[in-house]
Design a protein around this ligand. Structure first.
Ligand SMILES: Nc1ncnc2c1ncn2[C@@H]1O[C@H](COP(=O)(O)OP(=O)(O)O)[C@@H](O)[C@H]1O
Ligand SMILES: [Mg+2]
Length: 369
């Protein structure tokens, strides 16, 4: 079947408000495949985003959709209880129902599809160039956490087991070192030593989790800047997207991944680690935005360990890149040899910067409380 026919057949299975145009590929998402199309309803065009769920990454798409539906309903119920003046926009995009009553369809080739209403007048950033952008995006993720605080995290499925399990990541690194399937062990000795020297962070993390000092919450788990839609004119936060990784975890995951991806002046692809700078104004805005929305919700232990979360998430990412390098680049897409090692070096450098600036960040957070 032609691609166009496939897409046409998919659309037929959804409850759309009118005849649809042909979906065209959309956006720069790296995980799912997205398409935009529009429907003509009572004289005006309404746009929608069709997505094919990546089932290599999300092996249980039905559970993923179950999670998204649960949080959508919870957020919608809260929204309906609000005064109409306060109902300014949607925190997450609205799903379109399929003819069979579900909010996704499975086609005859075992592919899974869903449709969101398109959020108009929005834009996505791929990097942060001004602290205000960090404030807005972090405020949206803070709001997301707060809106979901009343929903039991135990109801949410763990769709990627071990996603933020630092001990598992260390074990996978050790395993890769032992097997050394690509004979690369000696070429990354320095990086391996650096990562292994951080096992004290792992110990601290484990005792934090085991002692139950951090509240289990429903978190987003992919809090990158390109997973927030901003108003194209004002730059204000509009909507949180990319909800596939929503799972039970702690605030450290969301704050930590923001810190890891927002604060360095260069992306994780930067090969020259000398170009990676610590951006204090970005950190300050990010923490300010986040706490402006969920500061009252968080316990003092959670607030105390936010910065630690940034270190943990960065270390975890360094280990994942290093492990993939040792395993012969089987998980992350690479364009050149050594790219995963370079990414690991980049993350280890970011971790170094965070360690140097830890006290400064801690003091800033305390001054905000
Ligand atoms: N509801 C929406 N309205 C408008 N644009 C959207 C919407 N959802 C996603 N997008 C756009 O599609 C891109 C990919 O979507 P996303 O859900 O983040 O997929 P991926 O998992 O592939 O990153 C986003 O970067 C954004 O540009
Ligand atoms: Mg995305």
């Amino acid at each position: 079947m032609e691609k166009q026919e496939i897409l046409h057949d998919v659309l037929k299975k959804f409850r759309l408000p009118g005849p649809a145009t042909l979906p065209a590929p959309y956006g720069n998402g790296l995980v799912n495949r997205s398409y935009v199309f529009s429907c003509r309803t009572s004289g005006r065009d309404e746009r929608f985003l069709l997505q094919e769920i990546n089932t290599c990454v999300f092996r249980e798409p039905v559970r993923v959709m179950d999670n998204i539906l649960m949080i959508s309903r919870h957020i919608e119920n809260r929204r309906n209880r609000k005064d109409s003046r306060e109902r300014n926009g949607y925190l997450i995009p609205e799903l379109v129902q399929a003819a069979d009553g579900n909010y996704y369809i499975q086609d005859d080739k075992n592919r899974y599809w869903r449709i969101y209403r398109f959020v108009e007048h929005s834009r996505v950033l791929n990097e942060i160039t001004h602290p205000d952008q960090a404030f807005e995006a972090a405020a949206m993720f803070g709001k997301f956490l707060r809106e979901l605080a009343g929903l039991d995290p135990q109801l949410i499925h763990v769709t990627i087991p071990g996603f933020h399990d630092l001990s598992l990541r260390f074990a996978q690194l050790e395993q890769a070192l032992k097997r050394d399937p690509s004979g690369r062990k000696t070429s990354c000795r320095k990086e391996t030593e650096k990562a292994m020297a951080c096992r004290n962070l792992e110990k601290e993390f484990i005792s934090l989790v085991h002692e139950g000092r951090l509240t289990l919450r429903i978190t987003h788990n992919d809090t990158k800047i390109n997973n927030v839609l901003l108003d194209e004119h004002t730059g204000r936060g509009l909507c949180v997207i990319d909800l596939d990784t929503v799972m039970p975890s702690t605030v450290l995951s969301d704050f930590g991944d923001m810190m890891r991806t927002f604060v360095p002046s260069a992306s994780e692809e930067e090969a020259d680690t000398g170009k990676i700078m610590f951006r204090l104004p970005v950190f300050e805005s990010m923490a300010g935005g986040f706490l402006s929305e969920c500061g009252k919700l968080l316990t003092s232990a959670e607030k105390e360990y936010l910065v630690f979360g940034g270190k943990i998430m960065t270390l975890m990412q360094a280990i994942r890149f290093l492990t993939d390098y040792l395993n012969g680049d089987i998980y992350y897409t690479t364009e050149r040899p050594g790219q995963n090692l370079q990414r690991a070096r980049n993350q280890l450098k970011v971790l170094e910067l965070f360690t140097e600036q830890e006290q400064v960040m801690q003091n800033l957070i305390r001054s905000m409380l």
